[in-house]
Write a protein of this length. Structure first.
Length: 243
């Protein structure tokens, strides 16, 4: 596992979805992409990295991920397009603006509505091992999500992309992204997942109404079986636990 930078199905390029980048960025406390960053993003990013000197583990995580991107000379794939490192931070900003900050009227026309606005996020941790994921329903024929794994071990820095065909039911897409993230967490040895914010709203909505949908119910049942058989604990912030 040492040196693995990323994967997305059979795609050999690193798939670093804008939401994965945002999860990593948010976790580092550097602000929200597309909201607080001017176009000269990279110099500002370097400046803010210095502000993390009092958090050496976190600083090391952020720097290591970016350094591996640079050293690998792999291209970063955004929606089928390839970008080198010099354009990386600019593209983060552009993707965030294009996909996340669409006006609500445009979202209603272009993306089927989902209970949580089209995103599910979660955090899983075991000791100092942290995994964050973010999933989003996208326009077009595909949906994308991803997960960032941060560990204190220098040899293991992973960014996982989740890329699946988009279906007519956006909630099914959300659950598929969630399921893939859970599988990845289990494979990395994580034993607990914590749902926060929008992800909690999504699960609550499923429990209340949408479990009648056979596809939603089947995926949810599969997740519950995974939790029960593996001892994987699910904690809803301010709510309840499953498993």
């Amino acid at each position: 596992m040492s040196g693995v930078l990323g994967e997305c199905g059979n795609v050999e390029h690193l798939f670093l979805d804008c939401h994965v980048a945002r999860a990593l960025w948010d976790y580092s406390g550097l602000g929200h992409l597309g909201e607080r960053l001017p176009r000269h993003t990279f110099p500002l990013f370097l400046k803010k990295l210095l502000s993390l000197l009092h958090q050496p583990t976190l600083l090391m995580a952020v720097v290591a991920v970016l350094w591996r991107i640079w050293r690998s000379r792999n291209w970063v794939v955004f929606e089928g397009k390839q970008f080198g490192f010099p354009a990386l931070m600019r593209q983060f900003h552009q993707q965030y603006e294009e996909w996340v900050r669409l006006p609500k009227d445009r979202i209603s026309r272009e993306v089927p509505p989902v209970p949580n606005g089209g995103q599910s996020r979660g955090i899983a941790r075991t000791g100092s091992l942290v995994c964050m994921w973010d999933g989003a329903v996208r326009r077009g024929s595909h949906a994308a999500g991803g997960a960032v794994l941060l560990t204190p071990t220098r040899d293991v820095w992973l960014v996982k992309g989740i890329h699946i065909p988009c279906m007519d039911d956006p909630m099914v897409v959300e659950l598929l992204v969630l399921r893939e993230a859970v599988f990845w967490c289990l494979s990395m040895g994580l034993s607990e997942v914590q749902f926060e914010g929008d992800a909690k709203v999504l699960i609550d909505k499923i429990n209340q109404e949408d479990a009648r949908d056979s596809r939603v119910g089947a995926i949810l049942e599969e997740l519950l079986q995974i939790f029960n058989s593996s001892g994987f604990s699910v904690r809803f912030v301010g709510r309840r636990s499953i498993g």
